[in-house]
Each structure stands twice: as structure tokens, then as C-alpha cells.
Design a binder for this molecule. Structure first.
Ligand code: APR
Length: 313
């Protein structure tokens, strides 16, 4: 365990699942779970720690309502906020979650000024910007979790459709998280075989559509909450890439500074994650349709940022 401390903020469905996965994978010596709800982080952390003797993992999980225990954390995973309810769009959550992320990131800046922040709270691309602005950290250290989840959903649907191992499916999703994301069929392959050789275009289109609506599909089933197993697994995979300096290339929301012709905004792009956080952004070739879809996704993110600024003016 090279990393000493990872803190998860928000001990709800996503956050508690993150802390469990982090501890099980022994990605840090200490996993701190912070939440404003009294007793919840303490109870969940203790329960998880009590599973350690059975699972054989030595990461200490500690629950708390404050940030003292989080001081000096190497990585924060921010999941605090309100989850989407049925009929509620991601944008409905905007103002409440911006306030939560701002207060959380104010604490992070104070207790761990050198940390790396992985933002999970939705609407993701905008919350990542709030985190960047509040912490004042460089873009290398504020990254949003979106594309890993979106590609995981896409890959899981392709595996079902083709009845092949999920391990062999490579996919790339760009753009904002959710309805406007841009799955790139030309960069999707099954053990190197282009997806377009294995599936008819109308089937690919159907899988893309299901991926776009993937979050909503889970909300419709759960009724009182939103997805958490896959979102947590995605955030933890990003943390793992950083902790182990794996230099994995994962689709993440990154603060763009000219890449893809965009400036000063978060958008999902292929990122290399390793020590220090974001190490490199890859610019891939896009056809005219993909460029147009990315531009419209970027426009959606920009308009949400503008809506938030207007709400808070
Ligand atoms: N500080 C710390 N924790 C907070 C704060 C705050 N200021 N405000 C809210 N929380 C906590 C809540 O007490 C709750 O325990 O955040 C937790 C959120 O948990 P859930 O309601 O279970 O939501 P969850 O399903 O985990 O989703 C969290 O992740 O994927 C996104 O869209 C999702 O934005 C949502 C976030």
C-alpha cells in the first residue's frame, strides 16, 4: 500500500460502496468515510471494518462527521449530495449539489491541499468545475468520474448482446455524462475486431441509446435512488490507476485547455491517470458526426454551468 489515506465524502450508496471496494482492494492504509449524517459514516465504516477479518484486508475504515481524520489524504472521492429521484433530471440537482460540493471542497482545500479529487456528484461535469474553482487545485488534481461508468455500461450491454467476455470489449465514450455522451463506435472493438463487423448498425444504435439512458434505467427500477455499484466501481478504478501509477487510459471528465477545440470546461475525454492524477489527455480523430455530437454535448455542459451561475447570481 503506497498510499496512506483515501477519503470518501458522502457515506450514501455510492460513497459507502466506494469505501468498501477501496478497503477490499487495500488501495490505502486508511479509508476515511465522511458524511454530515450523524452515525451513518461511523456505523457503515465499523461494519466494513468488521468484515476485514473475513475478507483478509488490512485497510482501516474509519467513519466520521468531520474532516480531522481526513487531513493529509492523498485522494478524495466526492460523492456527497442528493441522488437523482424518478422524474428528476440531473440538472434539477444543480443548485443543491453545487452548494454541497463547494462546502466539501472548501474543507478538502484546508485539510489536504496536495490531494487529488475525484468528483462523482452529479451533474458531474459541472460539479467538477465547482470543485476545481473551490479548491484552486491544478487540473491534474481535479478529475470527474463519468466516462468509466458510461463505457462500463456500454461494454456490459455489448457483452450481453454478443454473449462474449466483458474482458475483451474495449470502448470509448466522450462528452458530458449522461444523455449527451458520445459513444464512439469506430473506437469500439471486441478483442481488436471492430464492433461494426460484429453487429448491424441498428443494433449498435440501440446499445448506444440504452447506454445514454443507462442511469435512468436504474432509477426507474430502484424508484427511490440511483445507481451505485457501477458508479462506485468506476471511481475506485480511477483511484487505483492513480495509487498504483498504472498510467491507464480511461475516459474521464477533464478541464480542457484547448483540447478538442474546447477551453475552460470539463468534458469527458481519454485521460492517462497515474501518479499525480491526470498525466495526459489524448486527442483522437473524430468524424463529422462525432464532432457535431461532441460540440452539442459541450454546449449542454456550458449551458448547465451558465444556469448554475444564473441561479447563484
Ligand atoms: N457533506 C457530506 N456529506 C453530505 C453532504 C455534505 N455537505 N450533503 C449530503 N451528504 C451526504 C448525505 O448525507 C448522503 O449520505 O451525501 C450522501 C449521498 O448519499 P445518497 O443519497 O445515498 O446518494 P448516492 O446514491 O450515494 O449518490 C451520490 O453520486 O452518482 C452520484 O448522482 C449521484 O450525485 C449523486 C451522488
Amino acid at each position: 500500500m503506497s498510499v496512506k489515506k483515501i477519503t470518501v465524502v458522502g457515506a450514501g450508496h455510492v460513497g459507502a460502496t466506494c469505501s468498501q471496494l477501496l478497503a477490499q482492494q487495500e488501495l490505502a492504509r486508511e479509508v476515511i468515510l465522511v458524511d454530515i449524517a450523524e452515525g451513518i459514516p461511523q456505523g457503515k465504516a465499523l461494519d466494513q471494518w468488521e468484515s476485514a477479518p473475513i475478507l483478509g484486508c488490512d485497510s482501516r475504515v474509519i467513519g466520521t462527521n468531520g474532516y480531522e481524520e481526513a487531513a493529509g489524504s492523498d485522494i478524495f472521492i466526492v460523492t456527497a449530495g442528493i441522488a437523482r429521484k424518478p422524474g428528476m433530471s440531473r440538472d434539477d440537482l444543480l443548485k443543491i449539489n453545487a452548494g454541497v460540493v463547494r462546502s466539501v471542497c472548501g474543507e478538502i482545500k484546508n485539510v489536504a491541499p496536495d490531494s487529488i479529487v475525484i468528483v462523482v456528484t452529479n451533474p458531474l461535469d459541472v460539479m467538477a468545475q465547482v470543485a476545481l474553482e473551490t479548491t484552486g487545485f491544478p487540473r491534474e488534481r481535479v478529475i470527474g468520474m463519468a466516462g468509466v461508468l458510461d463505457t462500463a455500461r456500454y461494454r456490459s450491454f455489448i457483452a450481453l448482446e454478443l454473449d462474449v467476455s466483458i474482458e475483451d470489449i474495449q470502448a470509448l465514450v466522450l462528452g458530458g455524462h449522461g444523455d449527451t455522451m458520445v459513444p464512439l463506435a469506430s473506437y469500439t472493438s471486441v478483442s481488436g475486431i471492430p464492433l461494426t463487423q460484429l453487429l448491424a448498425q441498428d443494433r449498435i444504435d440501440a446499445l448506444v441509446e440504452r447506454t445514454r439512458k443507462g442511469g435512468g434505467e436504474i432509477v426507474a427500477f430502484l424508484k427511490t435512488g440511483s445507481a451505485y455499484y457501477a458508479p462506485a466501481a468506476a471511481a475506485v478504478q480511477m483511484a487505483e490507476a492513480i495509487v498504483k501509477d498504472k498510467k491507464r487510459i480511461l475516459p474521464c471528465a477533464a478541464w480542457l485547455q484547448g483540447e478538442y477545440g474546447m477551453n475552460d470546461m470539463y468534458l469527458g475525454v481519454p485521460c492517462m491517470l497515474g501518479e499525480g492524477g491526470l498525466q495526459r489527455i489524448f486527442e483522437v480523430e473524430l468524424d463529422a458526426d462525432e464532432k457535431a455530437a461532441l460540440a452539442s454535448s459541450a454546449e449542454h455542459v456550458r449551458s448547465t454551468v451558465a444556469a448554475l451561475k444564473a441561479l447563484e447570481a
